[in-house]
Design a protein around this ligand. Structure first.
Ligand SMILES: [Fe+2]
Length: 423
């Protein structure tokens, strides 16, 4: 799945079925390198077992599409709604998130049976409903496809964490080592302040949290035309970046000490050199790759050390709008960040970029009605916005207005940063 668009309203039956088939197949393709035992592990509470992702994305279609559309729909298993509902309170009780990794049953084989059953039922539904009914279910089906793409990204990041926990350092997919070139100096993109528009309004699919489009006042600002590299981040580390409390937000300094952070996640020193765990195994840290697996606190401390700041999400969106949607996405099959290439400004792909913006509703935000309204809105506290997609994001999933969000202490997603400053 590469160039397919998932957000075209009013698609015909065949293209809807094709989009559905492709998304379902891509999820399973991401799991091909796994051994059965890999599917079951929950290494930390934020990481879900791969088999849970396979089942949860399936439950989403069974619950929100099949059971909604067909009054006589027989669920595949009476307990799966309990086991594989993630957090939708309006959809009923659910198994605690932190206990997803204690379930040896249903087996991986059972879950694939569940998947294939629901995939088949969905395709039958798309094929057989009236045009009116199809138009009615399409918005939820499209959310389901985008939801499954989000879990594809989580599969990649969770598999990475699960394999990293194993001293055998298992390889997910081999990747050839290619020597990189030094990255050119950073240049500043200048933007005039004033009233600008931000948010989604172009008619295809977006999540509810990207709307409504609204005016926002910005001062004159500059934003970097590329991401911060490992070489630059190492300069911060070598300048006692992790030892100087004056560079850190208070919560960040607390977390650093509690978690004993000395480097980004997945980094370790071997023989006096920095190595990092990748989905292709342990590799020497490449100075020319963008720094990755840093928390919001580390991104913020780095920016302060550099005498700059993180961009706001509105600044980032203004700078990214109108740019070609291209970059190092999961479609590349690299499953890792890539050094800057000629002509790129890295706004899309590689790493989700931390912004200094808290994840809050846009003025006039209205969540979708019903349980799917729990998708985004209820998480609008204590999280920060990240923009641009990563090397684990499907290209067809991203757009300039896309708002990702995580707690500021989290590092296991492909997260990095670019700098900004007041003009
Ligand atoms: Fe989900």
């Amino acid at each position: 799945m590469t160039s397919m668009t998932l957000g075209q309203p009013g698609r015909d039956r065949a293209s809807l079925a094709e989009a559905f088939r492709a998304v379902r197949a891509q999820t399973e393709k991401l799991c091909e390198p796994l051994e059965t035992e890999d599917y079951v592990i929950q290494s930390v509470s934020d990481v879900s077992p791969p088999k849970w992702h396979l089942a949860h994305t399936t439950w989403f279609f069974e619950h929100f599409v099949l059971a909604e559309a067909q009054a006589d729909y027989q669920r595949f298993h009476p307990m799966y709604a309990y086991l594989f509902n993630s957090y939708y309170n309006l959809a009923g009780e659910y198994h605690p998130r932190v206990k997803r990794g204690v379930l040896s049953r249903p087996t991986v084989a059972d879950i694939y049976k569940f998947r294939h059953h629901v995939t088949e039922k969905m395709l039958e539904l798309i094929d057989s409903v009236t045009d009116e009914e199809l138009a009615r279910i399409e918005p939820t089906l499209t959310i389901g496809l985008n939801h499954e793409q989000q879990h594809q990204e989580l599969l990649v990041t969770d598999i990475k964490h699960i394999l990293w926990c194993n001293p055998l350092e298992p390889v997910y997919r081999e990747r050839e080592h290619t020597p990189s070139q030094p990255v050119r100096p950073l240049r500043w993109l200048e933007f005039k302040g004033g009233l600008h528009e931000t948010g989604f309004d172009n008619g295809s699919f977006a999540f509810d949290n990207e709307s409504p489009r609204h005016p926002v006042f910005l001062n004159d600002f500059r934003i970097a035309d590329r991401l911060v590299t490992n070489a630059e981040y190492l300069a911060f580390m070598n300048d006692a970046g992790y030892q100087r409390s004056d560079l850190w937000l208070s919560d960040g300094w607390y977390t650093l000490n509690e978690q004993k952070w000395q480097s980004p996640l997945y980094w370790e020193q071997r023989g006096g050199e920095w190595w990092n765990f990748t989905l292709a195994g342990m590799r020497k840290v490449d100075p020319n790759e963008p720094v990755c697996h840093v928390s919001h606190y580390e991104a913020d401390a780095y920016a302060r050390w550099a005498g700059k700041r993180l961009p706001t999400e509105a600044e980032w969106e203004l700078a990214a709008a109108g740019r070609k949607l291209e970059g190092n996405f999961v479609d590349s099959g690299r499953y890792h960040v890539a050094p800057l290439s000629n002509g790129s400004s890295q706004f899309f792909g590689d790493v989700w970029e931390w912004t200094q913006s808290a994840y809050l509703p846009y003025p006039g935000f209205t969540p979708l009605p019903g349980a799917v309204g729990e998708y985004n809105g209820k998480f609008m506290s204590n999280q920060m916005v990240l923009r641009g997609g990563s090397c684990a994001t499907p290209l067809s999933h991203i757009r300039p207005t896309y708002r990702n969000f995580f707690q500021p202490y989290l590092r296991w997603q492909f997260m990095g940063l670019r700098l900004a400053e007041d003009a």
